[in-house]
Write a new protein. Structure first.
Length: 149
């Protein structure tokens, strides 16, 4: 008698790992600040955020200024005014922009003049994604650094 040997091919297909967790992360766009006059006390930082999950920018820290706040800008009683935000909500997948005449990171009490072409570090504190160190490029007022959208 001949025995046919049956061969078994076992295919183990792992369609996504069962224990995969969506690790919170925030994609930070090109970050820039406008160069300031020598006597200027304050500056503003612009960037954009896209978060993988619903997250919140809680605060920003750095040595560049005495105080760093999250601000929004809008019309109030017919005048453009800045308003401090307690935090910045980042809905999952949404591109949240910080740009001139809108939301921005406010540098209050600059440690030194912001000079065109130089850069400085900031640390972002997200509720879920944790801390993230970023580099801010200083550009001439009204300009945008290369690579920004
Ligand atoms: Cu401001």
């Amino acid at each position: 008698m001949r025995f046919a040997l049956a061969s078994f091919l076992a295919l183990i297909v792992i369609a996504g790992t069962a224990c995969a967790k969506n690790t919170p992360s925030v994609d930070v766009g090109t970050t820039y600040a406008y160069a300031t006059a020598e006597v200027a006390k304050n500056g503003a930082v612009f960037t954009s955020f896209t978060s993988s999950t619903d997250d919140t920018l809680v605060s920003v820290s750095g040595d560049i200024a005495e105080k760093i706040e999250i601000h929004d800008m809008g019309m109030e009683d017919g005048m453009m005014r800045m308003r401090k935000m307690d935090n910045l909500p980042l809905p999952a997948g949404e591109n949240v922009k910080l740009e001139p005449a809108g939301k921005h990171i406010m540098l209050i009490g600059l440690a030194g003049q912001l000079k065109d072409g130089e850069e400085f570090p900031l640390t972002l504190h997200f509720e879920k994604a944790g801390e993230q160190d970023i580099t801010v490029s200083i550009v001439a007022p009204g300009q945008q650094p290369e690579g920004s959208n």
